[in-house]
Design a protein. Structure first.
Length: 105
């Protein structure tokens, strides 16, 4: 990201072409649209690359975290822990229980 202003000025001073196709040569500050192009390109490109880098780091962290959880446990122990988590999180469904039809019961 350093030194990009040194690269922008040759593009801003790029040669202009007349309507009849004649090359007029470079003109100082003749094409300022390239400044906007460079700024947008740098901002969008930087944000894209930073987001890509963060995504790769996060993915690797999640994979390492998943591998570390099962590092000291056997497969059966991991399954047992998952079943225990499901049991703790489960709740009875009272809506499906019918009241008794017999009054003595």
């Amino acid at each position: 990201m350093e030194g990009w202003p040194n690269y922008i000025w040759p593009f801003v001073d790029a040669c202009n072409i007349a309507d009849d196709g004649e090359n007029l040569g470079p003109e100082k500050d003749g094409n300022r649209v390239f400044m906007l192009y460079f700024v947008v390109f740098i901002l969008v490109g930087t944000l894209f690359l930073v987001n890509l880098f963060i995504g790769v780091v996060q993915l690797n962290y999640l994979l390492a975290d998943k591998a570390a959880k099962s590092k000291f446990l056997t497969e059966n122990q991991s399954k047992w822990i998952e079943v225990q988590k499901l049991i703790v999180e489960s709740k009875p469904d009272y809506a499906s229980i019918k009241p008794p039809e017999n009054y003595l019961r």
